[in-house]
Ligand binder design. Structure first.
Ligand SMILES: [Zn+2]
Length: 431
């Protein structure tokens, strides 16, 4: 297998390991060694790739998106999640296959162009797997599950499992698949139980949206609020009124039914109370913060101070471009840092960097292979041009990554599985 020695001015192997005048030795899809240039001797003269005044970091990990909506314009909603969902449903209704493919492709290329090498995509569409399989972008695909009618639970689960098995057979090992029960208010109790049993048996995570909007609690507690009008419009209200028992919240529903388990990866939690976050911690649920989406949909923001006090394991997701504008994780991160300052929380550069690399990898239980540059990890990394950055700031490379670099201008190369991918600049902005 071909070995390549990548030399660079600075290598951020992980948040604590920064190497100046370093090199990264890859063999095939993996990393063999990371260290100072002199550690490598003279054996590799033939396959040296000298990146000069550059900075190398691990590829970024986006823990929550819906690539299907990548080409949509940002849909803002002052009236919260359910009004937004109604607008999204209107916008995506009647999409032709070619439009879906175009939007997916746009999202895939945009994510890559912003330095993302791994995404968690939540989707009802099989086309996501088809297009991701042709791209270097790595992914876990969560097949979205909806099902309000309890009597249909078995049928929905059996069909979904068939689909998942087919996809796994077709795209294994390149892509991995799991289920994404949309939210506790959209998946009936017997259906969620089937998914939970499957998840424990297969040791695969269930991806879900949890306590995202203020009006969710209104639904759970009073069966009122803005969700009602939306579900009525899409003909989903009747089974929900019939089958759903009252609870304090989605977390309460899962907890009381013994479904709040460590197999869950939950996005948002913007409206989780202090007690609910304790339950999340006790169940060891991994979490995802999507600040721009929460802001644009007027859903509030996650109380990261409490997340941190509870020692929750979490990373960052952009959510779809229809709620966050684009799939730029650095922009998402900057937004999170600035927003949390308003609530008196300082997120250090180290913490910020972890949220889009190593912590995100831990959320996926993939910390040995992605989000870090070390022996036997995948050779997924980014090369930034440092020429526009004053040398006196080189002492703090994490600050350079998070605040100083312009990812559009300065990200020179994206490498995945030891291979250079083609960056498509035209994908950086919607037209
Ligand atoms: Zn989402």
């Amino acid at each position: 297998m071909t070995q390549i020695l990548h030399k660079a001015k600075i290598i951020i192997a992980n948040k604590d390991t920064i190497i100046y005048n370093g090199a990264l030795l890859t063999e095939g899809s993996q990393i063999l060694q990371v260290g100072k240039i002199e550690d490598f001797g003279t054996t590799f003269e033939e396959n040296i790739s000298d990146h000069g005044n550059s900075l190398i970091t691990p590829g970024l990990i986006n823990l929550h998106t819906h690539l299907l909506y990548s080409k949509f314009n940002l849909i803002k909603s002052e009236e919260g999640l359910f009004k937004w969902l109604e607008n999204l449903t209107n916008a995506s209704f009647n999409m032709e296959q070619n439009e879906i493919e175009e939007s997916l492709l746009f999202g895939i290329n945009q994510a890559l162009s912003y330095g993302t090498t791994f995404v968690v995509d939540n989707t009802p569409s099989l086309l996501s797997a088809k297009l991701l399989s042709k791209s270097p972008l790595k992914a876990v695909i969560g097949l979205e599950i909806f099902g309000s009618d309890e009597s249909q639970a078995e049928k929905i689960f059996t069909k979904a499992l068939e689909t998942l098995n087919e996809l796994e057979e077709k795209y294994n090992p390149q892509l991995s698949f799991t289920f994404s029960p949309h939210a506790p208010y959209d998946v009936s109790l017997p259906l969620w139980k089937l998914l939970d049993t499957w998840s424990r048996k297969t040791k695969k995570p269930l991806l879900t949206h949890l306590e995202e909007a203020k009006d969710e609690k209104k639904w759970w507690q009073e069966k009122s609020g803005s969700a009602i009008a939306f579900w009525q419009r899409i003909n989903k209200l009747e089974p929900k009124m019939k089958f759903w028992k009252k609870h304090d919240s989605g977390i309460d529903f899962l907890f009381k039914n013994n479904l709040l388990n460590n197999n869950l990866i939950a996005a948002h939690l913007t409206n989780a109370t202090q007690n609910e976050l304790k339950l999340i911690k006790e169940a060891n649920i991994k979490c995802i913060h999507c600040p721009r989406s929460n802001f644009n949909l007027n859903n509030g923001t996650a109380n990261l101070k409490l997340w941190k006090e509870n020692n929750l394991l979490f990373g960052i997701g952009t959510d779809s471009a229809a709620s966050s504008e684009n799939l730029n994780l650095i922009e998402e991160m900057r937004f999170a840092i600035e927003e949390q300052k308003l609530y008196g929380l300082t997120i250090s550069n180290k913490e910020a960097f972890e949220l889009i690399t190593s912590n995100a990898a831990r959320v996926l239980s993939m910390e040995d292979v992605i989000g870090t540059l070390k022996k036997n990890a995948f050779a997924d990394f980014l090369i930034f041009d440092l020429n526009g950055i004053p040398e006196c700031t080189y002492k703090d490379p994490l600050d350079i990554i998070i605040w100083k670099l312009n990812i559009v201008k300065d990200l020179k190369e994206v490498w995945i599985n030891g291979k250079k991918t083609v960056r498509v600049d035209s994908m950086l902005n919607k037209i």
